[in-house]
Design a protein around this ligand. Structure first.
Ligand SMILES: Nc1ncnc2c1ncn2[C@@H]1O[C@H](COP(=O)(O)OP(=O)(O)O)[C@@H](O)[C@H]1O
Ligand SMILES: [Mg+2]
Length: 276
């Protein structure tokens, strides 16, 4: 969407931004749960949010839940009052761009993306679309992930995992009550992700798994690749090793990495435990 001068959308976006800033200021006073909104979105992001409001996907945006290196997660609500998580990709360092390209290159879904074409936006929009597409594949396969709702440009909207703006804790932050069952459940999800969604997460660790009612919810799937991707084997191995390392430390008898890999891929039926 190209907007010459101050178009209608442009003005509307500014109005919305002002209302949004006022509301966040109020929220900030009312509740200490939300971080101060110190940063103003760029125009393209503002328009994307406005578009999603027009489409009745987003009704309200509150504040930042978490800031990552490249993306920020906002808490919002849909028109039925349901809690939303908005993942907004904001920056692209050249390091991030280089990193991203590795995962997009070799994926037939995103063949048209060329490095440098229409600069930063093209790659970051593709990245957002890739995360949405991966979430959708995972959800359809029955993997426990946030429900993807919509995306536009660099804004991804999904269901909020948590309550009242407080996200469910990360596996990094809490130990599951039943580590052994949690371990098995996580492996089941990895297998489902591979066999039914045809994906390898590629960045699985205690930082990208939430604990919800003592069950795992896998998220942050932007870098996940199709199993046909040249890197998929290597990434699967790393994912499994990290899971084993985490649960090994909690005293769980983990299975052998090679067995898990074969089992995930539909081969091995029996999993052998690591010698303790
Ligand atoms: N759908 C969601 N619901 C609630 N919180 C979320 C959701 N998605 C992400 N978060 C929170 O935001 C943080 C960053 O999200 P993540 O997708 O991992 O971004 P990054 O790519 O920066 O690692 C997570 O650690 C989690 O606490
Ligand atoms: Mg993450």
């Amino acid at each position: 969407m190209l907007i010459p001068g101050r178009s209608k959308v442009d003005k509307k976006a500014e109005q919305m931004m002002r209302a949004y800033e006022e509301e966040s200021l109020m929220l900030e006073k009312r509740s200490e749960e939300f971080e101060v909104i110190e940063e103003v979105f760029d125009r393209a992001t503002l328009e994307a949010i406005y578009k999603l409001m027009q489409k009745k996907v987003i009704d309200k945006i509150y504040g930042v839940v978490k800031s990552g290196k490249e993306a920020r997660i906002y808490h919002g609500r849909g028109f039925n009052g349901e809690e939303l998580a908005l993942k907004i990709y904001l920056t692209t360092t050249s390091e991030f761009r280089k990193g991203m390209f590795k995962y997009i290159d070799g994926d037939p879904r995103f063949k048209k993306v060329k490095k440098g074409v229409r600069g930063r936006d093209n790659l970051i929009y593709t990245w957002t679309k890739k995360e949405f597409s991966n979430l959708s594949l995972a959800r359809d396969a029955g993997v426990m992930v946030p429900n993807p709702i919509a995306f536009y440009r660099n804004v991804l909207v999904m269901s909020f995992i948590g309550r009242d703006g407080v996200p469910a804790p990360l596996l990094k932050e809490v130990e599951p009550l039943n580590p052994r069952e949690f371990y098995k459940s996580l492996l089941d999800n990895v297998r489902l992700l591979y066999s039914k969604a045809g994906l390898v997460h590629g960045d699985l660790s205690e930082y990208n798994v939430m604990v919800l009612d003592d069950f795992p919810v896998i998220f942050d799937v932007s870098q996940a690749v199709l199993k046909s991707h040249p890197l998929s084997d290597e990434l699967l191995l790393r994912d499994v090793e990290r899971i084993n390392f985490y649960f090994g430390r909690l005293g769980v008898d983990t299975y052998r990495v090679e067995d898990i890999k074969r089992w995930v891929k539909g081969g091995a039926k029996i999993l052998h435990k690591n010698p303790s």
